[in-house]
Design a protein around this ligand. Structure first.
Ligand code: CP
Length: 343
């Protein structure tokens, strides 16, 4: 039985492992899982920054599989970090208690990697500052696959605060390495363009990408509009820049009138939380996929916990799925994706 070790960054994944994550997540989504699979196992949720979806979906995932959860949701205030304890010391102490996995959200880029070096227990990166959010990117890819039946030959627009958004950074790393046949459109205010490290990675894998400051040219061609918020917490030292970026982002809001320019079969995604970058009037349109996307986080995180704690056999879940020919339909019923042969 193979085990997935720590989950730190998107680039660590190979194609076989991603297929296995998706195949196991499919079984979780279909309700075909052992509710005692992680009985007696303990997950630590150690969150130094606020979270709704990541923490609660990981905790729900663990409980659904029969495991238990301990942790703190505001470690900067409620753990001994408030007394000056370094992350490395905290991780060494917690891992000494013998949990099976530590899910860590940290406020600085590189936090998950630092924790990994101090821990014999697997670390799952639940977001490290402006670094990466690999489990979010996996659920994003799972959602695109669910909605289109493929992650190939699509126009994918990433919109918003691209320099500070860790979800879009992880997503680009995955897209470049494993799905280079898509076209990526980077749409952001001039002040928050995608950083050079990600663009160099897109270049390395010959991904076709463009950059823009407005949506007009992108809306009619995009299959996926992946919207993000201005990451307010990253501008604490520069409120003037924050106000400038908020103003520049006004023209990137998805409104009912923007919807009219989009393809009928396109989808709108958002890692959430949303501030005002998607008008609430858009929510009832079947193309609004962000709440389906958030729900997929539960299934993908159930899969990841199972793969980290109990392990998996390459290909076994995929083979079972092909046999049962599971099919899924999106809630609106206007798009049906056969999931059994799609990776
Ligand atoms: N998408 C995401 O990471 O949401 P939370 O900050 O609520 O966990």
């Amino acid at each position: 039985m193979k085990k997935l070790k720590s989950v730190i960054r998107a680039q660590q994944f190979d194609e076989t492992t991603i297929k296995e994550v998706f195949a196991i997540a499919d079984t979780m989504r279909a309700g075909h899982f052992d509710s005692e699979a992680l009985r007696g196992k303990i997950m630590v949720a150690l969150f130094y920054e606020p979270s709704t979806r990541t923490r609660l979906s990981f905790e729900t995932a663990m409980l659904r599989l029969g495991g238990r959860v301990i942790g703190t949701e505001n470690a900067r205030e409620f753990s001994s970090a408030a007394k000056g304890e370094k992350l490395e010391d905290t991780i060494k102490v917690i891992s000494g208690y013998g949990p099976d996995v530590i899910v860590l959200r940290y406020h600085e880029e590189g936090g998950a990697e630092r924790a990994q070096h101090s821990s014999p227990v697997p670390i799952i990166n639940a977001g490290d500052g402006t670094g990466q959010h690999p489990t979010q990117a996996l659920l994003d890819l799972f959602t695109i696959r669910q909605e289109f039946g493929r992650i190939d030959n699509l126009d994918i627009a990433l919109v918003g605060d691209l320099s500070n958004g860790r979800t879009v950074r992880s997503l680009c790393y995955f897209l470049a390495k494993h799905y280079p046949n898509n076209r990526v459109h980077l749409v952001s205010p001039e002040q928050t363009k995608m950083r050079d490290d990600v663009k160099a990675y897109l270049d390395k894998y010959d991904v076709r990408y463009s950059e823009a400051n407005e949506l007009d040219s992108v809306l009619p061609v995009a299959d996926v509009i992946y919207q993000t918020r201005v990451q307010k917490e990253r501008f604490k030292d520069n409120p003037t820049l924050y106000q400038d970026v908020v103003r520049a982002s006004e023209k990137l809001i998805i409104t009912p009138s923007a919807l009219k320019q989009m393809k009928q079969q396109a989808i709108i995604m958002h890692p959430l939380p949303r501030v005002k970058e998607i008008d609430h009037a858009v929510d009832d349109d079947p193309r609004a996929a962000y709440f389906r996307q958030a729900q997929n986080g539960l299934y993908v995180r159930m899969a990841l916990l199972k793969m980290v704690i109990n392990g998996y056999q390459n290909g076994s879940t995929t083979a079972r799925l092909v046999t049962t020919k599971t099919k899924t339909a999106r809630a609106s019923g206007h798009r049906i994706a056969a999931v059994e042969n799609v990776h």
